[in-house]
Design a protein around this ligand. Structure first.
Ligand SMILES: NC(=O)c1ccc[n+]([C@@H]2O[C@H](COP(=O)([O-])OP(=O)(O)OC[C@H]3O[C@@H](n4cnc5c(N)ncnc54)[C@H](O)[C@@H]3O)[C@@H](O)[C@H]2O)c1
Length: 382
């Protein structure tokens, strides 16, 4: 058990420096506005913060089996030491658990623990935990509040913000779900130190995406500080999580339910999902998104919407972060085209593509034809 302030702080920050690195981002969704707190060492202070934020409440921490071992048990001790009433329930780690029957199982455990409408769920884990625990909160007794405590980079920069929750069906990912905003997000960057490199890359692909679609300054910073980024230097990590959350907060506040602006967050994902599915999910999500970003950048380049120099900058940054940009030969063109046409985001039979319009800007078009896609994919084969 550890109740030292360095818990979740990676040991890279001097103790007196820790809270000075904390950042706050507001998600200004009407009636449901909430804050994201970002920095190292937040979890060691969580007991006091929950006590002030929601005094006297009963909490149930939902986590996966891996995060339970890495963080859950220590965090329970910290919260209990601060006088917080909390229980923990968990499920086996991994996307395979993101199913309705696992949610029902968790709900039954909550009933057994006496959870009622005043109970608050703490979702401690990556995107799978956040999506499932958020979904559970949104349907348990017709809806109870929840707090996100994201522990992967992907969850800190993306999935914990914006209120999309859900589970998978055998027919496809995220087919059952709700929009439900958390009360608050606590993103302790110190916990990222135990993250496997492949999981770190999944998050970095999304951070690069934000640079491409919204902020050339963020992209410049990733290029200039790439070494600090991959080594999780605390100030730089806090900064990229903050900038990413600011962008996502802005986008989802303008378009909570993906009718318009939110679609730009799919940059690189349409071709990326097709590559991921064609590989039978052997290619991890972040790597597939990296290939997808490269392919749409090539389509944009062919349409003179972005310079060749900027496309090469994207390629070089993906290399820096060990994100692959070459689409393997075994993923054939027909399978990519076929999957794109059956993407669940296709509207009225037209595939919407988010293209680059210079660095940090996008344009959504619905007239990209199969030949253009194949030409771009071919350019990404070497
Ligand atoms: N709701 C949204 O807006 C949104 C956006 C993007 C992705 N998603 C969803 O997010 C999910 C992917 O999230 P993910 O990549 O975080 O996967 P994940 O939750 O499965 O986490 C990846 C792995 O890392 C482990 N892990 C988590 N934190 C750790 C830590 N600090 N140290 C060591 N290991 C740790 C987990 O146990 C798991 O094995 C997908 O289901 C996807 O659909 C949702």
């Amino acid at each position: 058990m550890s109740t030292e302030p360095s818990f979740g702080a990676c040991g890279k920050c001097a103790p007196d420096e820790i809270s000075h690195v904390w950042e706050r981002v507001n998600v200004p969704i009407e009636d449901k506005s909430y804050d994201i707190l970002i920095g190292p060492g937040i979890l060691s202070e969580l007991g006091n913060m929950l006590d002030q934020f929601m005094p006297g409440k009963n909490f149930i921490m939902v986590t996966d089996s891996t995060v339970e071992d890495y963080l859950g048990v220590d965090l329970m001790n910290i919260l209990e030491a601060a006088g917080i009433k909390v229980s923990m329930i968990s499920f086996p780690a991994g996307e395979e658990s993101k199913r309705m029957d696992v949610v029902v199982d968790l709900a039954r455990k909550m009933v057994k623990l006496g959870a009622d409408r005043s109970t608050v769920i703490l979702a401690l884990g990556g995107g799978v935990t956040g999506d499932m625990a958020g979904f559970l909160a949104s349907i348990y007794m017709r809806g109870i509040p929840f707090i996100q405590i994201p522990t992967t980079l992907l969850a800190q920069v993306d999935s914990s913000v914006g209120g999309k929750t859900g589970v998978d069906l055998p027919e496809g990912k995220n087919l059952l779900g709700t929009f439900a905003q958390p009360l608050r997000v606590f993103a302790d960057i110190g916990v990222l130190c135990t993250l496997p490199a492949s999981e770190l890359r999944n998050g970095l692909a999304e951070v690069i995406k934000y640079g491409m679609i919204w902020s050339s300054e963020l992209f410049d910073m990733l290029e200039a500080k790439w070494w600090d980024v991959v080594n999780l230097e605390p100030h730089v990590t806090a900064d990229i999580v903050k900038q990413s959350c600011e962008i996502k907060a802005h986008v989802v506040a303008e378009d909570e339910r993906e009718g318009g602006l939110r679609r730009i967050l799919n940059f690189g994902h349409t071709i990326g999902h097709a590559v991921e599915a064609s590989s039978d999910y052997r290619i991890p999500h972040g790597e597939a998104v990296a290939m997808g970003m490269m392919a749409v950048a090539r389509i944009s380049e062919a349409r003179d919407m972005i310079s060749s120099e900027d496309v090469e900058r994207l390629a070089a940054l993906l290399d820096r972060f060990s994100l692959p940009r070459i689409i393997p030969e075994y993923i054939d063109d027909d399978s990519i085209i076929n999957l794109i046409q059956h993407d669940k985001k296709v509207r009225d039979g037209r595939v919407h593509f988010v293209l680059c319009r210079g660095m940090g800007h996008t344009e959504i078009v619905d007239d990209v034809n199969s030949e253009e896609i194949i030409r771009a994919v071919t350019a990404c084969r070497e």
